[in-house]
Ligand binder design. Structure first.
Ligand SMILES: Nc1nc2c(ncn2[C@@H]2O[C@H](COP(=O)(O)OP(=O)(O)OP(=O)(O)O)[C@@H](O)[C@H]2O)c(=O)[nH]1
Length: 314
């Protein structure tokens, strides 16, 4: 099974070819392998930069610069299909906004399957943005012959630009997907240095990771007004062999009841948030990380414009 040819010509790295750069969103229901794929696409070293003019509306999860192309991957944090609360509906709206101005969408599903939850996510996608169907976990499909009719049924559901059946765990497949994506990036100068990674951006990344774990592990219960602040971000100086970073962060919630929710029974939930965030940060920062988490109650903080500004939300 191979991907179809898109309209735009393929670009080879190097030479005098123009630079390409663009935003790519990965979407899909939980558990289809988005995180695995994102990590594989971005590679070992993730460069994160916080506030650039072009990307203020996006949460950047990774940048990959390869040959003449710069792939800027953005997150769609609230893509929530599990619960149908008003909160999530408004979140989904925000996400629809986020993906309405990317250059390319990767819609990830499990090869050979399409559930109601997949359909709910697909329904949020705009027809006019090129969308690639990534049929992931191909390695688990034993009867390959069944894939052709499945792909055909998928084409009837949405006008996909291409199909890429693959496994996020196979580096060759990941390289092939990257090459396909490259053709959809607009010709324009890169937005980031080839190897951009600043102190500020690492702090931002740390806050984003803790925030992601916080919302993932509290599910639908915690109001979206809760946030994460980095109180301290210190790199142990002079360590040649392995970086060592000490981070202290505060999870700021609005009520005592929310605080209890975040901490969980015997502190279990907070511990899990901390462990998962630390593991991700160690990989992303390529460092040994010590992460200290605090939960603070700031009643009505989300209504206080001045405080919001102080926290970096404008
Ligand atoms: N066999 C196989 N397993 C995969 C593949 N890609 C991901 N997985 C597994 O699928 C599970 C879910 O992967 P994740 O990357 O966490 O999925 P996700 O879509 O990010 O899930 P959420 O974070 O819940 O949205 C993990 O156990 C992965 O190891 C693949 O290509 N083949």
């Amino acid at each position: 099974m191979s991907s179809s040819e898109p309209g735009a010509p393929a670009e080879q790295g190097g030479g005098d070819a123009p630079q390409r750069c663009g935003l790519i969103a990965l979407v899909g229901r939980p558990n289809v392998g988005k995180s695995t794929l994102m990590n594989a696409l971005v590679g070992q070293k993730v460069s994160i930069t916080s506030r650039k003019a072009q990307t203020t509306r996006h949460r950047i999860t990774g940048i990959r610069t390869e040959g003449r192309a710069q792939f800027v991957f953005v997150d769609t944090p609230g893509f929530q299909t599990r619960y149908q609360s008003a909160l999530n509906q408004s979140l989904n709206k925000a996400v629809t906004g986020t993906i309405s101005d990317v250059d390319l969408v990767l819609f990830v599903v499990e090869a050979g399957s399409f559930s109601l939850k997949d359909a709910q996510v697909l329904a949020l996608l705009k027809q006019r943005i090129p969308t690639i169907l990534v049929a992931n976990k191909l390695d688990t499909v034993h009867r390959r012959s069944e894939l052709a009719p499945w792909l055909k049924s998928m084409q009837e559901r949405h006008d996909f630009a291409e199909f890429v059946p693959m496994s996020a765990k196979d580096p060759k497949d990941v390289a092939r997907l990257l090459a396909v994506c490259e053709r959809y990036l607009p010709e324009q100068p890169w937005w980031y240095e080839e190897d951009e990674l600043t102190d500020k951006s690492e702090r931002f990344l740390a806050a984003e990771i803790v925030r992601e774990k916080l919302f993932r592990l509290t599910g639908d219960e915690l109001p979206y007004t809760s946030t994460v602040l980095i109180d301290r971000f210190l790199e142990e100086p002079g360590r040649q062999v392995q970086r060592m970073v000490r981070i202290a962060a505060s999870i700021v919630v609005e009520r005592e009841s929310h605080k209890a929710m975040v901490i969980g029974e015997k502190g279990e939930r907070l511990k899990r948030i901390g462990t998962e965030a630390r593991q991700d940060l160690e990989r992303l920062l390529d460092a040994k990380v010590f992460l200290e988490l605090w939960v603070k109650v700031r009643s009505g903080w989300s209504d206080d414009a001045a405080r919001l500004r102080a926290y970096g939300y404008e």
